[in-house]
Design a protein around this ligand. Structure first.
Ligand SMILES: CC(C)(COP(=O)(O)OP(=O)(O)OC[C@H]1O[C@@H](n2cnc3c(N)ncnc32)[C@H](O)[C@@H]1OP(=O)(O)O)[C@@H](O)C(=O)NCCC(=O)NCCS
Length: 169
């Protein structure tokens, strides 16, 4: 585990969902996450988190197990209809997984990640926005995310998608 990962703290961010939602137009390569893709999703997460403040030294198999745990409902029911990914010409670019984790009292963005070579092109923004709209269409009024303090890309992403951090980490 890196020193930074050992010291990290996380903060809960929340967002009120739109009251008249529609999914609107989505990119042609945006797809609902398929349960059978756990292995490639794990590989993407491994690559995406490698070297970040959230990298605690996990191996690729740990990310595959984490994806399987999310999809199997071990973090609360997996919300398939709000979990999207970008698969462009057979390449998985980015993913956003949502669980209905009861202790938070609302669905949580369990993970959002973009492969390094596709970063800063708006993928995560589009997937998170689709997750928010999908949750609203499912009848939820709020959603949340745990974001590591100092994960600047993630903080910027959630802020840009209308999430607000709780005052206390
Ligand atoms: C966080 C992450 C998902 C962003 O993915 P992305 O596809 O590059 O994000 P986008 O291109 O949609 O950008 C979203 C916003 O974040 C900003 N942003 C993206 N990367 C950034 C960076 N490294 N530093 C600062 N801001 C950044 C963008 O400028 C954009 O802001 P704007 O809407 O105000 O213009 C990606 O960096 C990643 O996979 N990181 C590792 C995994 C992770 O930490 N996930 C979040 C916790 S679950």
């Amino acid at each position: 585990m890196s020193q930074e990962a050992g010291k990290r703290t996380a903060r809960l961010w929340r967002r009120i969902l739109p009251s008249n939602p529609s999914l609107g137009q989505t990119p042609p390569y945006m797809r609902e996450v398929d349960r059978k893709d756990a292995e490639i999703l794990g590989a993407l997460l491994f690559e995406a988190f490698s070297g970040t403040i959230d990298d605690a030294g996990q191996r690729e198999m740990h990310y595959v197990q984490k994806v399987e745990a999310i999809l199997d409902g071990r973090y609360g029911d997996w919300v398939c209809a709000a979990s999207w990914n970008f698969i462009d010409h057979g390449t998985l670019r980015s993913v956003c997984l949502v669980s209905d984790y009861k202790p938070y009292g609302c669905p949580v963005i369990a993970v959002v990640a973009t492969a390094p070579e596709f970063r800063q092109r708006g993928d995560a923004n589009t997937l998170l926005d689709a997750a928010v709209r999908s949750l609203a269409m499912l009848g939820y009024s709020q959603c949340c995310a745990m974001v590591t303090v100092g994960n600047h890309a993630s903080e910027r992403l959630f802020s840009s998608c209308g999430f607000v951090p709780d005052r206390h980490p």
